[in-house]
Design a protein around this ligand. Structure first.
Ligand code: 4AD
Ligand code: MG
Length: 478
């Protein structure tokens, strides 16, 4: 009998049909005469109810049907009298594929804390919450490719190992094969990277943008979607040392085109989630509701699905950094000195400021543009005022910055001047500057932090819970 996935059985199975289902036992309950086994195979959040007449089975076999055990069940589908499902499987044969010692199996059929599950990340996929999160994460990755493919963008695989620091923030993980105990030294006593594997100092990429720009200058529109590494020592609920970033880069796009694309892109992903992930979203919405019950009324957030629809159906607010500073300085928390970090023109906004704008002032996603050049990367388009650059950050409720992007400086002289001001070696970046020497055009792009976006869609509160195996300071288990 061919095995059917539980999702198919629940959607298309007919009473009387003979099927085989395989999966992991979530729970077993019942009486002396009959056992009800909730079986899950990961294809859906819903379980298939297996009904086993105790008289038909060996007692020892049924004893091994415990939470976490893998089993195969051959039986006949029947209409279900129980609530919550239309169809159930009346078992004729049960085979134990893999036992799970109930004394030792960590995932018991009860509510575990997210912290506990993080410590058991190798098994947490077997819970409803993490099953839902990782199915949605998959759907969103698929939707990313789908969106760009439909728009004629080319998926460009930019390198993971690079010699450049695209963001100029110096938060890089070194890649080296030199003996750390005894590295070769230059005459000046420095580590001699010319003897290293690549003949120069290299690191894991902090962004595929610079290489992405090279692609856009020929293919027109490209996007990258890959792992990104930052050695920033920020132990927050929104930072990972290894995260996934999507970076589209488009020739002939100005800042407004860039904003329009970012907004349309984010909305298309949300629409895809609503169209394709409803069972999982509903589960997560219910989970969130339970959690919010303990919070005071005014701190509770909107229902998850309502929130997704709200973002989908409203235009993002677009204002300049300068306007945002005015709003913040006129705000109650500023006047009452409630912000932890100071606000004045020129400072980088902290997440408390971003969240005030998004959650309190506008109550809507916000795109902030035209930041002071001093707090942004060297490659951003220099505005005529001499003070600001054509940057755009998209800020989301509960998250803060979800996208960072800009129009790029396409003028060679201006770009070189800025690089010199910021001590970025122009000679090593000859290949990047060549795009400004040969056929340079207006172009723009942005980076979406994939995990931050998944946080938003799933309503989870900690970025460690939306990536399979999180890498954070002092933590690289699994
Ligand atoms: O704002 P960032 O640093 O922009 C860039 O890297 C540009 N090169 C993008 C571009 O224009 N092509 O990072 C982009 C996004 C942020 O908005 C955030 O969502 C995410 O990447 N991000 C992180 N996500 C998780 N952990 C971290 N440590 C992150 N750092 C940035
Ligand atoms: Mg940024």
């Amino acid at each position: 009998m061919a095995r059917l996935k539980i999702k198919n059985i629940l959607q298309q199975g007919k009473p009387g049909e003979k099927v085989t289902a395989k999966g992991w036992v979530r729970t077993k309950r019942g009486s002396k005469n009959v056992n009800f086994i909730a079986l899950n195979d990961g294809s859906t959040i819903l379980n298939l109810q297996i009904v086993a007449d105790v008289a038909n089975f060996n007692e020892e076999l049924l004893r091994d049907v415990t939470s976490g055990a893998a089993i195969s069940v051959l039986g006949e589908l029947a209409e279900s009298a129980g609530s919550g499902q239309n169809i159930e499987l009346i078992a004729n044969e049960i085979e134990i594929l893999g036992k799970a010692d109930p004394e030792k199996y960590p995932i018991q059929p009860k509510k575990h804390s997210l912290e506990f599950l993080r410590e058991n990340a190798h098994l947490r996929f077997r819970t409803n919450t993490f099953g839902a999160i990782f199915r949605i994460r998959h759907a969103m990755a698929f939707a990313v490719h789908n969106y760009f493919n439909n728009k004629g963008f080319n998926y460009l695989h930019t390198p993971i190992v690079t010699a450049s620091d695209a963001e100029g923030a110096g938060q890089m993980f070194r890649v080296s094969t030199l003996d750390p105990e005894n590295p070769p030294l230059t005459e000046k006593g420095r580590i001699d990277y010319s003897q290293d594997f690549f003949g120069k100092a290299t690191n894991l990429t902090v962004s595929g943008q610079l290489e992405g720009e090279l692609g856009a200058m020929a293919l027109g529109e490209i996007y990258t979607f890959g792992p990104t590494f930052r050695a920033e020592n920020s132990n927050t609920t929104r930072h990972l040392a290894e995260f996934w970033m999507i970076e589209p880069e488009m020739a002939f796009y100005d800042l407004k085109d860039n904003m329009d694309l970012a907004e349309e892109f984010l909305k298309s992903l949300i629409q895809y989630a609503l169209d394709n992930c409803m069972d999982d979203l509903q589960f997560l919405a219910g989970r969130l509701q339970q959690e919010e019950k303990n919070k005071p009324q005014d701190q509770r957030s909107m229902d998850l699905i309502e929130k997704l629809k709200f973002v989908l159906n409203n235009d993002f607010i677009r204002i300049t950094y300068t306007e945002a500073i005015d709003i913040l300085r006129n705000s109650k928390p500023f006047k009452k000195k409630k912000f932890q970090f100071h606000v004045e023109w020129g400072v980088d906004l902290q997440s408390e400021h971003e969240r005030y704008l998004v959650e309190k002032h506008f109550n809507c996603p916000v795109i902030l543009t035209d930041y002071p050049k001093g707090i942004k990367a060297f490659y951003m388009k220099q505005n005529d005022d001499g003070k600001t650059v054509g940057a755009m950050d998209v800020l989301f409720p509960q998250i803060g910055e979800i996208i960072g992007g800009s129009q790029r400086e396409e003028n060679l002289e201006k770009l070189e001047t800025r690089m010199n001001e910021m001590n970025i070696p122009t000679d090593e970046m000859w290949w990047y500057l060549d795009t400004r020497r040969f056929g340079s055009v207006e172009h723009s792009g942005f980076g979406l932090g994939f995990e931050r976006f998944i946080l938003f869609v799933t309503g989870m509160g900690n970025i460690r819970d939306v990536i399979a195996f999180p890498r954070t300071p002092k933590s690289a288990e699994f």
